[in-house]
Design a protein around this ligand. Sequence first.
Ligand SMILES: [Zn+2]
Length: 283
Amino acid sequence: MAMTINGYKIYPIICEHFWLDGGAMFGTVPKVLWERKHPADEKNRVELVTRSLVIVGHEKVILVDTGIGQVWDEKFKSIYNVSPTTLQTELQKLGLTPSDVSDVIITHLHFDHIGGAISQEADEIQLTFPNAKHHVQKANFEQACNPNLREKASYLKPHFMPIEESGKFIFHEGQTELYPGIKLHVSNAHTKGQQWLTITDEKQMLCYAADLIPTSSHLRLPWVMGYDLYPIELMEEKQALLTQALNENWVICFEHDPLVEAITVKASEKGIVMDQNVKLLEI
Ligand SMILES: [Zn+2]
């Protein structure tokens, strides 16, 4: 079974497991609070995943984010303890090959979202999804090409310039309905021009929150990542998303939560909190 919205079947897949510094992941939140749910390893890192969506329907195969991929040196892999990518085997399980992918929606060009879009055969770098349009916000591409010092280690040109050079980027400017029921929304607080996604019909709404709400722990408004460029704006964007999610009974899917794939929300005296834990394949 899979969640079906507006004639699209939606499959969550995990591309990699990786580990990021717990302090960076939870910003100003003390470790005594975050480590209850996210136990740190001896290097103070917490486990995360790269969870992509595969959306199949109306003669399209749409992949949302590509994970970290395989084109990395050993130093990088050991800093982040990255597991080998399973993106292609996960596609295979769905009866798909990389050439079947018609569209790749890139939420933003940080390495853990774009890295899987390129592959290496011998010494040659190739596009993993040769037939796909790669959708990104123009503002994000510009930010990635001229990164500030804070984000420089996250925007790596060798991972996205091959897409630009082969003319496979489609640049969007602001919110847009990519295909009927599939909307790209823009958030500028984690980085400039991040896009998050909603898939909707008259009955259901699925939201893929990308790095605006990377794990279920980040549902709490002040739990903002140290990576976020503009934390106060991020809280405002998150509040707006969660209010709409509450009013319209959305299912919210998390890209980086290793344990919680998706949830619904409810109002409580502590604000908007998790209601039900949802498995998209069981809806
Ligand atoms: Zn991320």
